[in-house]
Design a protein around this ligand. Structure first.
Ligand code: NDP
Length: 486
């Protein structure tokens, strides 16, 4: 970490501000949540989930095998007619109850999310958990208004939804998937990611406390094989997946020829475009939030920074100075800006792509900071002299690494921003409203932020173009993938 300097020469260091984990009520071992209860696996295994900041095991978690998945899907099938047959207002009440209980256990959920996934507790406390509750509140409100959400047409639930979520926003992604599915009268079987199953299991406890009818929601932790088996289960009526484009393609192939609707929210290489007339200091804050939020483990991260040539040097200087003030380290310290990389595998993937960037001739600058001895860490990194064909300008790094490209004209900015197989999100920084709208309309991205970045709201639709997937989550658009509309 660079030493903070002041005009007076007095150095003010931050005092440690650790969030306590003493209030966390984790069990030593978790079963699979099927039919409203935690069960031992029939043919699965048990695996320890590890804290990526310390490499210490936190708890043991059951991984589902094929017979477990069958049991989960059967329980969800059996529960579905009763759940769909409830008065819609009552389904909404259950979702409200779940939202309230998430709020009541917010502090504990935030700490567990940071322990299991490595993200700074400031983010899990202020973003992940409040937004997870907000999604349940939002869709609780829609439960008795479904037809209004689809233009007044007749609606019916699809049946059993198989849902697979990644490790970057474990509880939030679970909420994005479960809340609309349940509001629409479906039941759901959710597979959390291998490295971050804990908050989904705490959500299962919350569902028990909310007295959600048995079988309406199942949580079946496991690895990629569990996910692959779940989407191939004959008893499912819908698949919703968030994760890598490669796995998304595999799922699409697995469902070919079956009448099972699919929603895919996949990777991205989102362009964050800074014009010369932008408020540059504000833009630098947005760039930092765009790429270093959650260590860059964000599908819509602003990982391709496009700066107008006339201000490139100035913006890069400001950005580099700001990066030097990022605090990297203990995710449970409330001062931490950049926490641990989620897993050893992900760290290796980041290192491999960063070496490729250096090998291809881009100029690398990484913040000189003291990294803890144990755990998985990567210093915030900036690449300049990047060519559009470099791997670091094309591939999703999914880490705290930003690649800078420049442009001269608005047309060139649009052309470069769209020169990607992905199309998930983008940012536009300019003082001119008309220019912002013109550029936003020309960008092939599901979400375009104007003079801000990484803002999420349950009422706003989110989803991709091209290889970033299809289908929308959030808002009334997020109801559609879970309904049969006639
Ligand atoms: P994956 O796409 O492999 O993981 C996402 C989820 O799918 C996890 O629950 C995973 O289980 C599961 N899964 C894995 N293989 C299959 C399969 N064949 N069929 C069904 N489900 C499966 O992402 P990774 O964790 O491997 O990350 C790889 C890269 O993907 C990252 O470096 C990043 O670039 C990108 N990524 C993008 C995300 C996004 O939101 N767009 C989120 C996560 C990753 P398990 O946890 O066991 O792997």
């Amino acid at each position: 970490m660079t030493t903070p300097q002041t005009r007076t020469g007095i150095v003010w260091e931050y005092a440690p501000a650790p969030e306590s984990s003493a209030h966390v009520r984790l069990r030593g071992s978790y079963g699979l949540f099927i039919g409203g209860e935690f069960r031992d696996p029939l043919d699965g295994t048990r695996v320890a989930t590890v804290n990526p900041a310390t490499e210490e095991p936190i708890a043991e978690v059951a991984f589902a095998g094929p017979a477990d998945l069958r049991a989960a899907v059967e329980a969800a099938r059996a529960a579905q007619p009763g759940w769909a047959g409830l008065p819609a207002l009552d389904r909404g009440k259950y979702l409200f109850r779940i939202a309230r209980l998430i709020q009541e256990r917010a502090r504990e959920l935030a700490v567990v999310e940071s322990m299991d996934g490595g993200k700074p507790v400031r983010e899990s406390r202020d973003v992940d958990i409040p937004l997870a509750a907000a999604h349940f509140f939002h869709y609780a409100g829609w439960a008795d208004k479904l037809s209004y959400g689809v233009g007044g047409r007749e609606v019916a639930p699809l049946g059993v939804a198989a849902q697979i979520v990644p490790w970057n926003f474990p509880l939030l992604m679970a909420a994005w998937k479960l809340a609309p599915a349940l509001a629409c009268g479906n039941t759901a079987v959710l597979k959390p990611a291998e490295t971050t199953p804990l908050t989904a299991l705490l959500l299962a406890e919350i569902c028990q406390e909310a007295e959600l009818p048995e079988g309406v929601m199942a949580i079946v932790p496991g690895d990629g094989r569990t996910g692959a088996a779940l989407v191939r289960e004959p008893g499912i009526d819908k698949v919703a997946f968030t994760g890598s484009t490669a796995v998304g393609k595999d799922i699409q192939a697995a469902l070919a020829g079956r009448a099972v609707p699919l929603t895919l929210e996949l990777g991205g290489k989102s362009a964050n475009v800074v014009f010369e007339d932008a408020a540059l200091d504000q833009a630098v804050e947005g760039i930092v939030n765009g790429i270093f939020f959650n260590q860059g483990h964000v599908c819509c991260a602003g990982s391709r920074l496009l700066i107008q040539e006339s201000v490139a040097e100035q913006v890069i200087a400001k950005l580099w100075a700001r990066m030097g003030r990022l605090r990297v380290g203990d995710p449970l310290d409330k001062n931490t800006d950049v926490g641990a990389i989620n897993s050893r595998e992900q760290l290796e993937r980041i290192e491999e792509l960063v070496s490729a960037g250096e090998g291809e001739g881009a100029v690398r600058r990484s913040v000189a900071c003291e990294l803890p001895e144990r755990g998985y860490w990567f210093a915030p990194t900036l690449f300049t002299e990047v060519a559009p064909a470099h791997r670091i300008a094309v591939e999703e790094i999914f880490g705290p690494v930003v690649s800078v490209l420049t442009f001269r004209t608005q047309a060139e900015a649009i052309q470069k921003a769209n020169a990607s197989p992905y199309g998930l999100a983008a940012g536009v920084w300019t003082d001119k409203g008309a220019k912002a709208f013109e550029v936003a309309s020309a960008l092939q991205a599901g979400v375009v932020w104007q003079n801000t970045y990484n803002r999420f709201d349950p009422s706003a639709a989110f989803g991709g173009y091209k290889e970033s997937g299809f289908g929308r989550e959030g808002g009334p658009a997020g109801l559609r993938p879970y309904l049969r509309v006639s």
